[in-house]
Design a protein around this ligand. Structure first.
Ligand SMILES: Cc1ncc(COP(=O)(O)O)c(C=O)c1O
Length: 536
């Protein structure tokens, strides 16, 4: 947590892009600094009078923070439409939250402010909550960190790229990464360079190699000064980075003067190791917010004594993706430039989400810090239960062998689960021969929402080197036509346009959304399609 002894952020203004340097304060937004003064007669802005806002108040029934028990047992969602249709299922416990148009007390969240033009910093009560949350949970190692709302991490990264990178530059990222991060920078001719990964995500030795051996002439670009990384429940690989790796990477970024952009939407979905069903007992954990937070891998902010991390947080995975609300944590200098970037585009989390912003602010200030942490703890257990269930379904459908593999790269040193066909009752000749064919493999993720599955096309009957990409799409299409949509691996490759590794294809399979019975059905379909495919 920020303390007197901590230093302030160092001046990293040399990282700003030409575009960001050229950005002036929007003249209209320059008025905003006077707006908080209640004695001011405001005749400058084109602001409608709040009595013309057609909403007297907005209310919502919000779930209580301990809605999800900490017992990890698969159960259908209480919101399942089938349950709702028949009025069945347990009753949800809710509280009503209301945001009035006008405040009763000076610091009440109110629509007159939330629905009015405002600054790109967001409403004051939300800023206050976020600042305290970051200080307590992530504990930045420098004193003057700032928070600034954005409209979700996709927006956060795209604003960051424009604030830090000039066209023609290259940024560092994991070999496999979030496609929107790639596709928001590529049109500006800002390209990724892939850094090799292992089971903790980006490798520090590989990063050193890229940075120390950078050849400007051969690469046609100066050495990267920005890194985009997803360190927890990495999308798509599921990898989670621990403290010592983060410290090593942070130190390297100090040495080579790199800004770290930590895109961390899955931070609170850290689930621990997968245990096979037979080794698991139903455990009820008593909630202790400090212990829950203490057991999470730390954020890069914890090591950031210079203010060179831009952390992106989002409410998408903990409240709702439609909220389009998140926030940056970074140095005041970078926050100021990001704010300038925001005020001429979205201004603030926009339009209707202003409602949501005031509602989310109301929700957070009603739940308070402890309530929100309890909510996050409940969600972590929910996703753990889903992950376990999905892998249990794979174990029912396939023969899953655990192997301490000779794998290099992403799964080096990990226990890998290898899937082959289980004999079915009506065994035909093909199945007898194919029983031992390794069709896919994966490492159970310890965080996030995804299983990153390697498909072993080298075992496809008529496989020829170079067929991988085509086979990946053929199998993907067959699955989609059979009713199961997964994400094909090539979407996530930071080696844009390069051939995949020999014999391999990948699918990213999400366990976050389907009902439990539907997950089971999906795995059965997956089995049928694979059985058919590998026989071709
Ligand atoms: C790594 C990563 N970043 C960002 C996002 C999107 O976040 P948001 O909804 O806040 O834009 C996702 C969503 O899947 C993601 O996986």
């Amino acid at each position: 947590m920020a303390s007197e002894k901590q230093q302030k952020a160092i001046d990293l203004s040399h990282h700003l892009s030409d575009l960001s340097r050229a950005r002036l304060v929007s003249p209209l937004k320059g008025l905003a600094k006077y707006m908080g003064n209640p004695n001011l007669i405001a005749l400058a802005g084109g602001m409608p009078h709040p009595s013309y806002f057609p909403f007297a108040d907005i209310s919502a029934s919000a779930l209580v923070p301990d809605s999800f028990s900490l017992e990890s047992t698969p159960r259908e969602s209480t919101l399942s439409w089938v349950w709702k249709l028949f009025g069945a299922g347990p009753k949800e416990k809710t509280t009503t939250i209301t945001v009035p148009k006008f405040p009763t007390h000076a610091d009440d969240i109110n629509l007159a402010v939330a629905l009015q033009y405002g600054t790109a910093q967001g409403i004051v009560q939300l800023q206050k909550f976020l600042k305290e949350f970051v200080a307590k949970v992530y504990q930045p190692a420098y004193a003057d960190f700032a928070t600034l709302v954005q409209t979700g991490n996709t927006d956060g990264w795209s604003r960051t790229v424009q604030t830090l990178c000039n066209p023609g530059e290259i940024f560092l990222t994991e070999e496999w990464t979030y496609p929107s991060a790639l596709y928001s920078s590529l049109p500006y001719n800002i390209k990724p360079v892939a850094v090799a990964m292992d089971s903790e995500g980006m490798r520090a030795d590989a990063l050193r190699k890229v940075l120390s051996e950078w050849d400007e002439e051969a690469r046609g670009a100066k050495r990267p000064h920005v890194m985009y990384t997803v360190p927890v429940g990495q999308n798509p690989s599921g990898a989670t980075m621990g403290a010592s790796r983060k410290k090593a990477i942070y130190d390297l970024c100090v040495e080579y003067d790199v800004i770290i952009v930590e895109d961390d939407p899955y931070y609170f979905l850290q689930q621990g190791q997968y245990k096979a069903r037979s080794e698991r007992s139903v455990e009820t954990i008593k909630h202790d917010g400090d212990i829950f937070l203490h057991n999470l891998a730390p954020s890069y902010l914890k090591f950031d004594y210079q203010g060179r991390v831009i952390r992106l947080d989002t409410f998408s995975k903990y409240v709702a993706p439609g909220s389009r609300l998140g926030w940056f944590t970074c140095s005041p200098l970078l926050a100021e430039r990001l704010e300038r970037q925001g005020e001429t585009t979205t201004q603030a989390p926009s339009g209707l989400s202003q409602f949501e912003k005031s509602l989310i602010t109301k929700l957070l200030t009603t739940w308070k810090y402890d309530g929100y942490v309890r909510w996050l703890h409940g969600l972590a257990i929910e996703y753990k239960t889903r992950r376990d269930y999905f892998i249990d379904c794979l174990a029912d459908e396939f023969h899953l062998a655990k192997s301490a593999t000779l794998e290099q790269g992403l799964w080096k040193g990990c226990e890998v689960f290898e899937g082959s066909l289980k004999p079915k009752n009506s065994m035909i000749m093909y199945e007898k021969t194919a029983v031992k064919t390794k069709m896919f493999s994966f490492v159970p993720p310890t965080s996030g929402m995804f299983i990153w599955m390697k498909i072993h096309f080298e075992n496809y009957p008529s496989f020829k080197a170079g067929d991988e990409a085509t086979l990946e799409m053929q199998l993907w299409e067959k699955l989609a036509e059979a009713g199961v949509l997964v994400a094909p691996g090539w979407y996530f490759s930071a080696y844009v346009g390069e051939a995949p590794d020999a014999g391999e294809g990948h699918f990213r399979i999400s366990f976050s959304n389907a009902e439990f019975t539907t997950m089971k059905k999906a795995v059965t379909i997956f089995g049928d399609v694979l059985r058919d495919f590998f026989k071709e």
